[in-house]
Design a protein around this ligand. Structure first.
Ligand SMILES: Cc1cc2nc3c(=O)[nH]c(=O)nc-3n(C[C@H](O)[C@H](O)[C@H](O)COP(=O)(O)OP(=O)(O)OC[C@H]3O[C@@H](n4cnc5c(N)ncnc54)[C@H](O)[C@@H]3O)c2cc1C
Length: 315
């Protein structure tokens, strides 16, 4: 897509990073994905609103990303603009009311920074997310979580920006929340028109700092010993089915640990992690995932569903 004209006009209004033909492999933890036509890292809320309103008006498609730790970008790259909030970090605000402590957290804040911030302050409710990489915006958009909790449990409200650049607050009872699912106005992160999450108000409680810090250490140790955290991946590839064993156990039971397609491989440590051994393509990851789904369906009669978010144009 030729974005020269929009770039020239946008440059006059907008102050953040703006690059053409940016390889998405640089912005995903899978280290995969072809280039997007235009890549933006807005500096501020104003920058973000200006860019969103302008590009929507120009008919340039928008894809929002945080740190790209749940993203699988096709080899053909992404048509239109990628808007990254991963560098738009700013301060977390705290206010207390009766038994609750509210944190207002900008979407670009790293989830790990937020978890540590809460534990150090003795605030209960965020330790479930210890070790989840990425930004708070990405974690909210997919209701990220673990076996002991998820972001949906603590959302009080979200501040969002719709495609014409209007900012509004969405309260908890207007948000549809389920396992790895969050919908606003009936739209999820996989639908066109899903609003951009700019910040969240989260409800926590006062807790005991020492207990929270000890729990953090043990959660981090458990993660390091059971997941290939140092390898290029997007975390768990499939969602756990609503009933029966978790996806990793189903895949492991078929002896698929180590199974490979080109440079894409089922992790030897955790069978629900597909890893890029260094020279994979997205096409290879997709072929490996399709083979796993077919084998699980044939043997267990269970249809696995992807947890990773697949984006981009087909070549
Ligand atoms: C080693 C490893 C371990 C992981 N462990 C876990 C885990 O335990 N639990 C878990 O749930 N996940 C896990 N993940 C997956 C991932 O880290 C989380 O889902 C994370 O919260 C995604 O955040 P992100 O900023 O990287 O989002 P991205 O990958 O950049 O985006 C994810 C989705 O959210 C959308 N999005 C991002 N920001 C916004 C925004 N501001 N507004 C609207 N939409 C937005 C994107 O369009 C995309 O659809 C793991 C990943 C890795 C690599």
């Amino acid at each position: 897509m030729d974005v020269s004209e929009p770039i020239a006009a946008l440059s006059a209004l907008y102050h953040g990073v703006l690059r053409k033909e940016e390889p998405m492999a640089r912005h995903t933890s899978f280290r995969l994905g072809g280039p997007c036509d235009l890549y933006l890292e807005p500096e501020s809320l104003d920058d973000l609103r200006i860019a969103v309103a302008f590009l929507t008006q120009q008919g340039v498609p928008l894809t929002v990303v945080g740190d790209g730790t749940n993203l699988l970008v096709r080899d053909g790259g992404i048509q239109g603009t990628v808007l990254s909030l991963g560098t738009m970090d700013s301060a977390i605000e705290e206010d207390r009311q009766k038994n609750s402590v509210f944190l207002t957290v900008p979407a670009g804040v790293k989830t790990q920074h937020l978890c540590r911030f809460a534990a150090v302050k003795g605030l209960l409710g965020l330790n479930f997310a210890t070790g989840i990489p990425g930004t708070v915006g990405g974690a909210l958009a997919m209701n990220a979580g673990t076996d002991i909790g998820a972001f949906g449990d603590i959302i009080e409200s979200l501040m969002v920006i719709d495609p014409v650049g209007t900012v509004r607050t969405v309260s908890r009872d207007e948000i549809d929340i389920a396992y790895r699912h969050l919908a606003i106005d009936g739209k999820t992160r996989k639908d066109e028109g899903f609003p951009i999450i700019f910040s969240a108000r989260l409800r926590l409680k006062a807790g005991d700092r020492e207990t929270l810090m000890t729990q953090r250490e043990s959660l981090l140790c458990r993660r390091k010993s059971s997941q290939p955290v140092g390898l290029a991946s997007a975390g768990c590839y499939f969602k756990n089915p609503p009933a029966g064993p978790p996806a990793g156990q189903l895949i492991d039971s078929l002896g698929l640990k180590g199974e490979a397609e080109g440079g894409a491989q089922v992790s030897e440590l955790h069978a629900n992690y597909l890893v890029n051994t260094g020279k994979a393509t997205t096409a290879e990851v997709l072929m490996l995932a399709a083979r796993i789904k077919e084998r699980v369906q044939q043997t267990h009669g269970i249809q696995l569903e992807e947890e990773v978010t697949l984006v981009g144009r087909e070549t």
